[in-house]
Design a protein around this ligand. Structure first.
Ligand SMILES: Nc1ncnc2c1ncn2[C@@H]1O[C@H](COP(=O)(O)OP(=O)(O)OP(=O)(O)O)[C@@H](O)[C@H]1O
Ligand SMILES: [Mg+2]
Length: 547
């Protein structure tokens, strides 16, 4: 986001210090404000947000991390809540909205307790105990997923996509993501850098495709070149394959036709010399990241060597990784040692356009997903959904643990925390109960966003939990149902990290009783008219998108 545009939320610039309850109330209000922005997007029936950047580009999404990342949030406590979303995004790749809603609710409940005379440090301790206990409860609740349980992985992927991409293609996308992660995982670890996403706008989502190998948005320069090359030896050239242009001011003194011919011959000789290095190295496919003279392309292709130019640098990197080849900056250094290898090079072309597929690559295992859709917005949205799905599948492949979704795990943890609270006694138990109430806010919000009665839904869920710990919300009917049977499943990591990050952020905010301005000149672009006053002499935290 453009840092030069007008920020809106900030602390009152006229004050050097904000203390005690005032400081806390202000921070809590800011955190709540962040949570309220994303709240309406939670769950399969959550709404979307339209983000408009200063250039007028729009993003339509309900992905919590994307929304908060693209907004300009200046309030320090609000930023701490945004950090919660970021932390979930990087650790689990999903659950960002839930974590932010949870954090906001924890602080809201804390505020009520403070109003009733409970000291913040007591709440901090209660929240810490509750978080530790909640994680233990979650771990006991989790169900193991074995290596071959692909169906469960598809359920997890599908749950994370629900509400994000087109409903019609959820299963297709979920399956592609599971195939991709399973293909690249090695000894229980999945490095998602090995899954390459390519976009192809103008086709339909159902044509989105999973490829074991690499897909490059290029075709051979010569139209007539054969569509397939078996066992290609691949040269990766990271330097221009053209003759250097004569500098502007230098004049060529050519007087006779013979001299012109001579000059052209010299140029051609230089070009063919480059091509000969490629031929001598034994390559039968050349990917050049820079320009390539048509004469070289023709020369190579006449000898059965696939050649293409201006390949994007990230694609060059993928090619190098996947085929085991090395990019060359000096063509004279090219030998067979630098070549990459694959089982099959195949072009799918439409005139001069098209794609080149490299299958059965011999380097590091790499797979691609070609994301297709009618418009750029559709493709971007599917890409975000795929991104979430890949990451949740990775979590489950690595950890082997899942919990029931649809609010099931939150309700169960909340119920067990309430009985744990009674065993603790003292004022901390009030905080532990507040923590349990904050967890209930997840199913409550999913229900509300689906147009259901939140109170009825929670009552149904609690009643059902006496017999089934995996009962979650059926958003069509509002009844409580077994979520494993319904296929609504979340990775354990998402839930554990959400509790860790959310409760830590809440505790951090609660420990602050003083806001000091470190340097009075540190906020030069804030003017008093940007303030709205709620507390005495203090600005209400406002959140606005920069536009
Ligand atoms: N079909 C469904 N029925 C009921 N609940 C569902 C269903 N699909 C998903 N959920 C629940 O919705 C919640 C996830 O919602 P959502 O994906 O909007 O937010 P998030 O995962 O917290 O954040 P984000 O995806 O924005 O990072 C999870 O609790 C999940 O179990
Ligand atoms: Mg999600």
């Amino acid at each position: 986001m453009d840092k030069g545009s007008q920020p809106i939320i900030i602390i009152d610039p006229r004050k050097e210090q904000t203390k005690g309850k005032e400081a806390l109330s202000m921070n809590i209000a800011a955190a709540k404000a962040v949570a309220s922005i994303v709240k309406s997007t939670l769950g399969p029936r959550g709404m979307d947000k339209m983000l408009v950047n200063p250039l007028g580009d729009i993003t339509i999404t309900n992905d919590g991390a994307t929304i908060l990342h693209d907004m300009s949030i200046e309030h320090p406590a609000a930023k701490m809540v945004v950090e919660v979303a970021k932390s979930l995004e990087s650790s689990a790749g999903d659950g960002t909205t839930s974590a932010v809603v949870f954090t906001g609710t924890l602080l809201e409940k804390a505020e009520n307790l403070i109003d009733n005379g409970v000291h913040p440090t007591v709440i901090v301790k209660g929240y810490r105990l509750a978080a530790e206990q909640a994680i233990e409860i979650l771990e006991d609740l989790a169900v193991s997923v074995g290596e071959g349980e692909k169906e469960m992985l598809v359920k997890v992927a599908k749950t994370s996509i629900t509400g994000k991409a087109s409903e019609k293609y959820n299963t297709l996308i979920a399956k592609l993501c599971v195939d991709a992660v399973l293909a690249i995982q090695e000894r229980g670890k999945a490095d998602l850098k090995r899954v390459i996403l390519t976009k192809d706008i103008g086709r339909t989502i159902d044509e989105t495709e999973f490829v074991e190998g690499i897909v490059i948005d290029k075709v051979a320069l010569e139209k007539e070149f054969p569509l397939k090359v078996h066992n290609p030896n691949i040269a990766l050239i990271d330097v221009s394959m053209e003759v250097a242009k004569t500098a502007n001011k230098a004049k060529l003194q050519i007087k006779t036709a013979g001299e012109i011919e001579n000059f052209v011959k010299q140029e051609d000789a230089a070009l063919f010399e480059m091509a000969d290095y490629v031929i001598r190295a034994g390559a039968n496919a050349v990917f050049c990241s820079k320009g390539m003279d048509d004469k070289i392309a023709a020369y190579l292709q006449n000898r059965g060597i696939y050649a293409t130019r201006r390949v994007k640098s990230e694609d060059m990197q993928h090619l190098a990784d996947a085929t085991g080849g090395r990019s060359i900056r000096n063509i004279k250094e090219l030998t067979d040692k630098e070549l990459g290898h694959a089982g099959l090079l195949e072009q799918v072309r439409d005139g001069d356009q098209g794609k080149t597929y490299l299958r059965d690559c011999k380097g590091a295992k790499s797979v691609s997903i070609v994301i297709r859709g009618e418009t750029e917005h559709v493709v971007d949205n599917v890409e975000r959904a795929i991104d979430d799905a890949l990451r949740v599948v990775k979590c489950v492949v690595e950890d082997g643990k899942v919990v029931a979704g649809g609010g099931a795990s939150e309700i169960e943890v909340a119920l067990e925390l309430r009985s744990y609270a009674s065993s603790i006694g003292g004022r901390e138990q009030m905080a532990i109960k507040a923590f349990a109430d904050a967890l209930d806010e997840i199913p409550r919000t999913i229900a509300r966003n689906a147009g259901l009665d939140a109170i009825d839904s929670i009552v149904n869920l609690r009643a059902k939990h006496a017999e089934n710990k995996n009962a979650g919300l059926n958003i069509q009917t509002g009844t409580a149902e077994d979520m494993f049977e319904k296929g609504v499943v979340d990775p354990l990591r998402v839930k554990v990290d959400s509790i860790k990050a959310g409760s830590e952020a809440a505790q951090m905010v609660l420990r602050i009783d003083d806001i000091l301005r470190a340097q009075s000149s540190s906020m030069p672009d804030v003017k008093p008219e940007h303030m709205a006053s709620t507390y005495d002499g203090m600005s209400a935290p406002q959140l606005n998108m920069r536009r």
